[in-house]
Design a protein around this ligand. Structure first.
Ligand code: LLP
Length: 463
């Protein structure tokens, strides 16, 4: 596409309308390492590269929009979690953040376990060779056939989410002549400081069994009586994109309280607790995420302290980070199309994807960063809104961001920190084709999920 001039839009800080942004950064060409994958850098000619390959070459070979995942960064983050928790704990990567067979293999090689929450995720995990005993199966409404497949495969644990499911899993396991290892997911009544749609530990919601009113204790009573179940622990997941550990501390305190109650009532010390996932990442320079070793230290200390006080043997801890492992390792590469400056407001920059490859902005009011990556620019900053190509005015990828005022159709821009909950929540809205995921490592790029084609769409539509 050729570059075309466009009328001047709002450019200066003194004419900026209200929005979710701070002042324009001093230099739009600088990439904040907090929000970009580890190997992302600008080459001397100003083009951004990842894994040693520049984005112009990547766009040429794989097209846009596309997600590029930095394999070295993914492995490093997975290892950091594994090392932080050590041999006495388990790290289950939450596959809902993003799952593919390559990801499963990387996790397996790095010594992580896997949390799946549907038959599809289970099938992906098994087909890529994740040993079943390293898989945890989640979900608030697992179907009978999903449960049967999980039990038959020999998954390491099923996380029970309701009274009905306790009975259902017990029956299925018994009918298959086995005892299924299970945890019970409880809601501990913590209000996590995050978006309402991704907070999961308050009681008025669909997940888990409330500790309040003795419901969780009753669930334990029932599970302990059923021959088809081996109750190994209690599970709590308080929500997502959380930055401080205080919510986890309250959750750990309450879960250990339940373990104590179980010991006192049944004479049984459950050997495991799972504190879920939910650790936040940096989407913009304003976010300050905790490091895995800080989280591991805080969680281990609190659990040990609470257990000492209750004279309980410290259980084996497990955690389920999804976003914190894959989120920062990928960016979405788009080509700039129509640019529409609106006087006194902002400049709308349309890209060749949108809410079909990143629904998080529309759904959670999520904030993202964006940068011009196919070249540098010394032009002044312009307040931009990056929007997609869908027939919907809420089709916003980046609500408020500064891009150089000489941005033109054909430029490549990239949105960092899109590794989690972007491809995994992608849709075909408007029959837009879902982008590929390309792994880049050490000068090599490899498609791990291919781009959807019109044939794929039409194959499902059987007339
Ligand atoms: N464990 C359980 C039981 C979960 O339900 C979740 C996320 C995780 C672990 C992983 O959470 P993470 O570490 O990735 O935050 N679509 C939303 C997030 C929904 C998360 C659902 N459960 C988003 O895009 O922010």
């Amino acid at each position: 596409m050729s570059r075309s001039a466009h009328p001047a839009g709002p450019r200066h800080a003194d004419v900026l309308p209200e929005g979710h942004y701070s002042a324009p950064p001093a230099d739009l060409n600088t990439l904040d390492p907090k929000v970009w994958a580890q190997t992302v850098t600008r080459t001397p000619d100003g083009v951004v590269s990842v894994g040693g390959i520049d984005v112009k070459a990547l766009a040429e070979e794989f097209g846009t929009p596309a997600y590029f995942v930095d394999e070295a960064d993914f492995r490093a983050r997975a290892r950091a979690w594994r090392t932080a928790f050590g041999q006495d704990a388990d790290v289950f990567y939450a596959g809902k953040a993003f799952l593919s067979r390559a990801i499963v293999r990387w996790l397996h090689e790095e010594g992580l376990n896997l949390d799946v929450c549907s038959g599809g995720e289970l099938a992906t995990a098994l087909s890529a060779g994740m040993p079943a005993d390293r898989i945890a199966f989640h979900g608030n409404n697992k179907s009978e056939s999903e449960i049967r497949r999980a039990v038959e495969a020999g998954v390491g644990r099923i996380v029970l989410d309701s009274f009905q499911e306790i009975v259902r899993v017990a029956h299925i396991a018994q009918s298959l002549g086995t005892r299924q290892r299970v945890q019970i997911r409880v809601t501990v009544g913590v209000e996590a400081h995050t978006h309402e749609f991704i907070a999961t530990a308050h009681e008025d919601q669909k997940f888990g069994i409330p500790l309040a009113g003795g419901q969780a204790a009753e669930a334990v009573r029932r599970a302990l009586k059923l021959d088809g179940l081996e109750l190994i622990g209690i599970h709590s997941h308080i929500g997502s994109q959380i930055f401080d550990t205080s919510g986890f501390e309250v959750a750990a305190h309450r879960v250990v309280g339940l373990l104590k109650q179980i010991r006192d009532e049944h004479g049984v010390e459950l050997p495991e607790i799972d504190l879920g996932g939910g650790l936040g990442i940096a989407y913009t320079s304003d976010d300050d995420p905790r490091e895995p070793h800080e989280i591991a230290k805080a969680l281990t200390e609190i659990v040990n302290r609470e257990c000492d006080a209750a004279k309980l043997r410290a259980p084996r801890i497990s955690v389920e980070p999804g976003r914190a492992i894959v989120g920062p390792t990928a960016f979405t590469l788009y080509e700039v199309g129509t640019i529409k400056p609106l006087d006194g407001l902002r400049t709308y920059v349309s890209v060749d994807g949108g809410m079909s490859d990143n629904i998080r902005t529309a759904l959670y009011d999520a904030e993202y960063s964006v940068a011009l990556v196919s070249r540098t620019s010394d032009a002044e900053p312009m307040l931009a809104r990056v929007v997609g190509k869908h027939c919907e005015s809420g089709d916003i990828v980046v609500r408020d961001a500064f891009l150089p005022a000489d941005l033109a159709p054909g430029d490549l821009i990239a949105v960092p920190a899109t590794g989690a909950y972007c491809r995994s929540m992608a849709s075909n809205y408007n029959h837009v084709l879902r982008p590929p995921v390309v792994a880049v490592n050490d000068g090599e790029a490899r498609v791990i999920v291919r781009r959807e084609t019109e044939e794929d769409l039409l194959r499902l539509d059987i007339g």
